[in-house]
Design a protein around this ligand. Structure first.
Ligand code: VGL
Ligand code: ZN
Length: 211
């Protein structure tokens, strides 16, 4: 194996039906990450997943603001908030992980976006950085020093999880062929990669681990 994966965790971000083709907030080619992530899982002893998990009345849904459409902005929790289509509602099929993603060896699932008053892109903290999912402490208590990020969407939840991972002191890798961007504006995915590189995230391809 090309890389030493001691003290390393694989993080699988939001590989849920609503973010996959046919879903409410579909990421194009989102399903292409599934076989890559399944192969990567065989190389890690420590694997955790995150799950976007909103109540029906979540403030990030355009449908919950009279006259507003997805893509428009409001203020939520004192922050500028882009409005999304209704997605990943607790108990819905769209919130479930894709059936082909293998969950057998996951140590834990961290849910986020459960507070209707604030959105939560990162797997660590909500966007206002008030609520903490517990993921950071969980990884630190297990002696994890390196995190390898995969999943959806590259320009939202993966990006903000990666930035928080760096700020918490983890050596942070993004596996670029195991993620895809939603690209609300053209190039959002590319911009996210630049921003992540500047923040100290190491970009690698899955072949660095699989070959
Ligand atoms: C996500 C938008 C809204 C994501 C979650 O998982 O990237 N994006 N909620
Ligand atoms: Zn969401």
């Amino acid at each position: 194996m090309a890389m030493n994966l001691k003290n390393s965790a694989l993080l699988i971000i939001d590989v849920q039906n609503d973010f996959l083709p046919g879903g409410a907030l579909a990421v194009s080619e989102g399903d292409a990450v599934i076989p890559v992530i399944n192969s990567l899982q065989e190389h890690f002893t420590f694997i955790v997943a995150t799950q976007d998990f909103h109540p029906e009345d979540h403030g990030s849904f355009a449908a919950n603001h009279k006259g507003k459409k997805p893509g428009e902005f409001i203020e939520l929790a004192g922050l500028q908030q882009i409005l999304w289509p209704v997605h990943c509602v607790q108990g819905s099929e769209g919130a479930e992980f894709h059936a082909e993603l293998n969950p057998i060896r996951w140590q834990a699932i961290f849910q986020k976006g459960t507070n209707p008053e604030v959105d939560s892109y990162s797997g660590f903290f909500d966007n206002a950085r008030r609520g903490d999912t517990g993921l950071g402490d969980f990884l630190q208590n297990e002696g994890i020093m390196n995190v390898f990020l995969t999943g959806l969407a590259q320009d939202y939840c993966v990006k903000f999880t990666a930035l928080d991972a760096v700020s918490l002191g983890f050596k942070t890798y993004l596996i670029t062929d195991a993620t895809r961007a939603v690209n609300l504006s053209a190039e959002d995915g590319e911009k996210a990669l630049d921003e992540l590189k500047k923040a100290g995230v190491i970009l690698i391809e899955s072949s660095a681990i699989l070959d």
